[in-house]
Design a binder for this molecule. Structure first.
Ligand SMILES: Nc1nc2c(c(=O)[nH]1)N[C@H]1C(S)=C(S)[C@@H](COP(=O)(O)O)O[C@H]1N2
Ligand SMILES: [Mo]
Length: 262
């Protein structure tokens, strides 16, 4: 622990975040209004008693209620270039595993770490976690404002696993070999989570149950559904889409949609 490079990355990140939040520009572009959001896939309607939560042993009451974190950017035009607003998450598919239950779930936190973790769902959910409001942006041009998620910050996992000062990238690993890569510095941001709730309910199977990554500042393909691992690496490992048509980084405000081959 006490890794200088990791600590420095966190510090830089904090400085950058506070700059962003307090620069005081209008968050809503001129002539825009806010609309209520509503989930197309409200799990309380679509999953009659979810087998995934039924099988889970009752949890001990949590020591304290989670922090509410407003991660909506107030410093720049809210809708990134060439995006339009949707009022619900669109199911973008992907190869859903057969078993999306919390009972079957394991998350490996591994790679360049001194204390690899292998967490069951209850172990993950017992870690300090946040309820976060943020916007998400799909590369196919839809964005959804004011999405609400609950999860543990990647930074929390990195600290617990003792990430090495050699690590430079984070690889999200998901069912059927899907992966997505992000720079370590960005993974340490306050708004990057491993999430298990959307809109106050357990993640729906088609949206990544039981747990997905959430990287709101990059296009939504970086938010890997059906997450199985968080791997810290020295060298970048372009993920499923990054090896295909999409950009290695994927910043919506820079319109980093496609790579040179795309
Ligand atoms: N495991 C996995 N995660 C994935 C994908 C996928 O195909 N498999 N698709 C990505 C893409 S391209 C998008 S836009 C979002 C869509 O999430 P949603 O279906 O919950 O809207 O998930 C991302 N995560
Ligand atoms: Mo996507």
């Amino acid at each position: 622990m006490g890794v200088p490079l990791f600590a420095a990355a966190c510090e830089r990140q904090k400085a950058a975040e506070s700059e962003k939040r307090f620069d005081g520009k209008l968050r809503l572009p001129p002539g825009q209004t806010l609309a209520e959001t509503q989930s197309e896939t409200d799990p309380s309607k679509t999953e009659s008693p979810s087998p995934s939560t039924e099988n889970v042993a009752p949890r001990k009451p949590e020591p304290k209620s989670p922090e509410h974190y407003d991660a909506r950017h107030k410093d720049r035009q809210r809708l990134p270039p060439d995006q339009y607003e949707l009022r619900a998450l669109r199911d973008m598919g992907g190869s859903q595993p057969l078993d999306t239950s919390r009972k079957a779930f394991r998350l490996k936190v591994h790679g360049e770490v001194s204390k690899p973790l292998d967490l069951g769902f209850l172990e993950l959910a017992a870690l300090p976690n946040v309820i976060q409001t943020c916007d998400v942006h799909c590369v196919t041009k839809w964005s959804m404002f004011d999405t609400v998620w609950r999860g543990v910050r990647i930074r929390e996992l990195a600290e617990r696993a003792g990430v090495s000062d050699k690590a430079r990238h984070v690889i999200f690993e998901a069912a059927h070999g899907y992966t997505a890569n992000i720079p370590l510095e960005e993974a340490m941001k306050d708004n990057v989570l491993v999430a298990w709730e959307f809109s106050g309910a357990a993640l729906a199977p088609n949206h990544g149950a039981p747990v997905r990554s959430l990287v709101p500042d990059l296009y939504f393909w970086k938010s890997a559904k059906w997450l199985t691992g968080v791997k810290f690496v020295v060298r970048d490992e372009p993920g499923y889409w990054e090896r295909g048509i999409y950009h290695n980084h994927g910043d919506p405000w820079k319109e980093e949609r496609f790579n040179e081959r795309g």
